[in-house]
Design a protein around this ligand. Structure first.
Ligand code: ATP
Length: 529
């Protein structure tokens, strides 16, 4: 049997299924790609409850499952027709679980859907339960109240370790030189496979064993790359290579301090101390001020994998499959845990919600799925969500319990602008000390980090064009030619600040000095006059 521990997500889910079956929930919808793994677990569960397990597919009909890996024939069972299958279930006088595989297409047939409702009603007074097992979610609204939906989590480290050990044993039996791994490498390979299904992991291990003729430490990257590709195929989740560190982020001292303290809460010692695992942080504020940069660098800082969830893509495509995409993405994030999940421009999901581009009901359900998950998640997935448009954020997103903290990222203050100049000059191989930074800092009052970076780049272009080294004058010229967003969007910025003053924590310590953008302030005064 698979060695899972008490906190294992799959064990928790199986316990939940166990309870629901005992409580006579008539129909459960188990969302998973992993039929074989689930069948294995359900056979154990049925045994514990003294029940029989039946399996149904449209090709083989209804047949008892007695042993795992029993050879299966086409058309071996009875009732390949879905209506016949449901009627058989109704008539059978047994105490049993009926595993209906890939039943989802038939749920779109009103006749089958109605029959399933009738059967569900009847089963409440029996010791029979229907378990719909499918990789796709098809839930006609009329069935929503009769069917309980459960996501089957991906295998955790313990399950993957069992699998990896069995792969290694099989290889070693054939050839003693085919496995050359330290314990550390083996753990790293298993860790690299987290987020995959058992079959995907098995394939990745097999590919790694074939490549190079043996399993060794080089296969860690191979399995990791395999995972990246598989995750990317989902289209909305990306395994992001963190390319920034907190040292690349200028300013935001309060936020950085907070991240430093929160990061410690991932440790087992912190859990023993009674600290909850960090949930996440919402970064709001002006564009180009380092929100995304912080999201990328926090994963590096905590040495955790970084996953990027593209909400825009969820809502831009086929909304019909969005809910399932979202569930799948969250499942993968949990599978990879501990991990950082970066949701860039979370308001895009809300825009999809509000716009007529999609079925509003489905879109809000998808967003609701995300919110509920954020509220209830137990896996160590730290969410870093960023948003520019504060005005469209719904109160339910900002409610306590979703994020540990909400930070407002404002335009950089004087000291931070200097730090940002240093970072970008040094990134381009220049020594910051050779420039009159106070002058550059003064010339960029009201500029965002991205605009300061732009000033450095513009300065470099000008110097290169004039065939000389970059000088402070180039930076000042570039700054003078740049109209910052704090000028063009002064009103938005003012509103955001007002909003944030009451609801968010400032990402930058208020003891640092930030001159209100001279130009922005002037425009606001002009308007007032
Ligand atoms: P947006 O929502 O428009 O993407 P953002 O706040 O997420 O805004 P970033 O994408 O993090 O902004 O910033 C864009 C680029 O600007 C960064 O990759 C970085 O090069 C530079 N930058 C912005 N803020 C800072 C900062 N505080 N320190 C250093 N560089 C910064």
């Amino acid at each position: 049997m698979t060695q899972t521990n008490a906190t294992s997500p799959i064990l928790r889910t199986m316990n939940e299924i166990d309870l629901m079956i005992r409580a006579r929930y008539p129909v459960l919808y188990l969302l998973t790609h992993e039929e074989a793994r689930l069948e294995h677990l359900l056979l154990e569960l049925a045994g514990r409850q003294g029940k029989q397990l039946f399996s149904w597919t449209a090709t083989r009909g209804l047949e008892p499952v007695r042993e795992l890996r029993e050879p299966r024939r086409m058309g071996g069972g009875e009732a390949t027709d879905p209506v016949d299958a449901l009627n058989h279930i109704l008539e059978k006088d047994v105490s049993a679980l009926f595993l209906l595989r890939d039943f989802h297409p038939f749920l779109e047939d009103p006749h089958v859907a109605r029959l399933l409702r009738d059967v569900a009603h009847e089963l409440k007074n029996t010791y029979k339960n229907i378990l719909l097992v499918s990789p796709r979610l098809v839930m006609p609204p009329e069935l929503e109240k009769d069917i309980t939906l459960l996501d089957i989590p991906l295998p955790d480290a313990a399950e993957l370790t069992d699998l990896f050990k069995s792969v290694c044993r099989a290889l070693y039996k054939k050839d003693k030189n085919s496995v050359a791994l330290s314990n550390r490498d083996a753990n790293a390979i298993v860790r690299a496979a987290q987020g995959l299904t058992l079959t995907e992991a098995e394939n990745a291990f097999a590919k790694a064993a074939v490549t190079g003729g043996r399993l060794d430490h080089e296969d860690v990257d191979l399995v990791l790359n395999e995972k990246k590709q598989i995750i990317r195929k989902s289209g909305i989740l990306e395994f992001y290579e963190p390319d920034a560190t907190l040292g690349d982020v200028g300013g935001l001292s309060e936020l950085k301090r907070w991240l430093g303290v929160r990061g410690k809460a991932f440790s087992p010692q912190a859990a023993c101390f009674g600290l909850p695992a960090p949930k996440g942080v919402l970064l709001l504020g002006a564009p180009g001020c380092g929100k995304s940069l912080t999201a990328k660098s926090v994963a590096q800082f905590w040495e955790l994998p970084l996953l990027r969830l593209d909400l825009g893509r969820i809502f831009s495509g086929l909304v019909g499959s969005s809910e399932q995409n979202m569930r799948q993405a969250l499942k993968v994030a949990e599978g990879v845990a501990p991990a950082v999940l970066w949701i860039d421009e979370i308001e895009k999901g809300l825009a999809g919600n509000a716009s007529g581009s999609s079925d509003g009901g489905t879109a809000s359900r998808v967003f609701g799925t995300l919110l509920t998950w954020m509220q209830e998640k137990t896996a160590n997935v730290f969410v870093v969500a960023t948003a520019n448009r504060i005005d469209i954020l719904p109160p339910e997103l900002l409610r306590r319990g979703r994020f540990d903290e909400i930070f407002f990222v404002d335009l950089p203050r004087t000291e931070s602008r200097e730090e940002i100049f240093r970072i970008h000059l040094e990134k381009r191989g220049r020594q910051a000390e050779t420039f009159d930074l106070p002058a550059a800092v003064q010339a960029t009052d009201g500029f965002s980090g991205a605009e300061i970076e732009h000033v450095v780049l513009e300065g470099l272009f000008a110097a290169f064009d004039a065939d000389r080294e970059l000088a402070t004058g180039d930076l000042l010229d570039a700054a003078a030619k740049t109209v910052p967003l704090s000028v063009t969007s002064a009103e938005d910025l003012r509103r955001s600040r007002e909003w944030a003053a009451r609801r968010a924590r400032m990402a930058e310590s208020s003891t640092e000095t930030r001159g209100v953008s001279g130009r922005a302030a002037r425009i606001e005064t002009d308007r007032a006059e």
